[in-house]
Design a protein around this ligand. Structure first.
Ligand code: HSE
Length: 431
């Protein structure tokens, strides 16, 4: 039996999961790989806790640089996260000819291009299945299972924290702030939840999904990002009444002259399976030009699900699988232009607060007609007896973002309009 010596950088939630998984499933993994995978050293800031987890037979240090230089170690598993020390460690590990497995989406979204190049130059693998959607083998599915297709679009719920918050808001009728504090008290959201709720974590993952789907460099800075912090209960309810759910989606879509990359709250028809993915679960729809839409669902975070992806990468390395990181030949990674959000095309949900007077609706719908944007559905509630204002909700057909923005600006300039128009994008996800 071959031997694979592993150095583990960081034994927090996921690191602990990797340790546990290898301990529980090693016999099965050996049947599959004829390889004896062993964590032989662990680096962590909290040495006492690390020792408690791994026992006394495994070396524990607080110096991760010792591990990336250790000649006994074949593979480094990086679970420290972030883009500073983790980057230095991965570079050192690669330069020392070690394969690297990482779950670090921020690092790959920002520095993946140079790291893949370095790995290729040093003839080692940089594997990252755990970086997107935790336990769901979505990268392998795109790279290998769907390899015969041209990918047309990808749309995913790729942040569990925000999906939990949105689910709670819908099911309990609570505000964003209330749902966030619930997520925090259950330990789903970090005490600083910015990356989750502002959509940045999802944008990191979307960057990676798009890289593999279209064979483009990692282009994080080109992703349009909007989080869920300003989403109101009212819009969740109106969407519901119209037959839609609001989800934070990462969307990557190929069009004639480029690619759309965007993360934002999105209305999805409730009859789509992905619209019914609730709580912390993740799901990704990938549309291939031959297979049509495919759906991948599962746990997007957590110790053992994420460990499942880390160990799948270790198994690939033991098998010397030579699938390039993007699933495209390295010299065929093309810089396809990324559309600015102004040029994106989607449907729109608009909520407009108006004085309840004759002719207002006609004025508003005329503005859509002027821009040749078709209205798909509309909702107006009878104002309560004491109210002189009403909400009008309009769902538009597909339109270019800058055109809908002109319509919105004109609506906001009408004397009857009160405050700003609320805009949420809408995707049918059908074809
Ligand atoms: N913070 C992420 C989420 C989990 O909420 O989905 C790790 O990617």
């Amino acid at each position: 039996m071959k031997r694979m010596n592993i150095g583990l950088l960081g034994i927090g939630t996921v690191g602990g999961g990797v340790f546990e998984l290898l301990k529980s499933n090693i016999t099965e993994i050996q049947r599959k790989t004829a390889t004896d995978m062993k964590i032989i050293a662990v680096a962590d800031k909290d040495i006492a806790r690390a020792k408690e987890i791994v026992g006394s037979s495994i070396e524990v240090t607080n110096d991760p640089f010792k591990l990336v230089a250790d000649k006994e170690i074949d593979v480094i598993v990086e679970l420290i996260g972030g883009t500073t020390i983790a980057k230095d460690l991965i570079i050192k590990a690669i330069e020392n000819k070690k394969h690297v497995v990482t779950a670090n989406k921020a690092l790959l979204a920002n520095f993946g291009n140079e790291l893949f190049e370095l790995a290729k130059k040093n003839n080692v693998t940089l594997a990252f299945e755990a970086s997107v959607a935790g336990g769901i083998p979505i990268l392998k599915s795109i790279r290998e299972g769907l390899a015969g297709n041209k990918i047309e679009w990808v749309a995913g719920i790729i942040n569990g924290t925000t999906n939990f918050i949105l689910t709670e808001m819908r099911e309990k009728g609570i505000t964003f702030a209330e749902a966030l504090s619930e997520a925090q008290s259950l330990g789903f959201a970090e005490s600083d939840p910015t990356f989750d709720i502002e959509g940045i974590d999802a944008a990191h993952k979307l960057t990676i999904l798009a890289g593999l789907s279209f064979g483009i460099p990692m282009s994080f800075k080109d992703v349009y990002v909007e989080g869920i912090t300003t989403l109101e209960q009212k819009d969740i309810q109106y969407a519901d009444e119209l037959g839609y759910r609001i989800k934070l989606l990462g969307i990557a879509k190929k069009r004639d002259k480029g690619i759309e990359l965007r993360v934002h709250p999105t209305l999805i028809p409730e009859k789509r399976l992905i619209a019914n993915v609730n709580g912390v679960m993740n799901a990704v729809v990938v549309k291939g030009n031959m297979i049509g839409p495919t759906l991948y669902y599962g746990a997007g975070a957590g110790a053992l699900p994420t460990a499942s992806s880390v160990v799948a990468d270790l198994i690939d390395i033991s098998r010397s699988s030579h699938v390039p990181p993007h699933g495209f030949e390295d010299n065929k990674i093309d810089k396809i232009p990324i559309y600015k959000i102004d040029d994106a095309i989607s449907g729109y949900y608009l909520r407009i607060r108006v004085s309840d007077k004759p002719g207002v609706l006609a004025e508003i719908t005329k503005l859509f007609g002027d821009k040749k944007i078709s209205i798909d559905a509309m909702l107006q509630k009878e104002p309560k007896e004491y109210e002189s204002e009403a909400d009008i909700v309009i769902l538009s057909h597909l339109a270019v973002e800058k055109d809908i923005n002109v319509v919105i600006h004109s609506i906001e300039s009408l004397p009857a309009t009160i405050g700003n128009v609320i805009k949420i994008r809408l995707e049918e996800l059908s074809k």
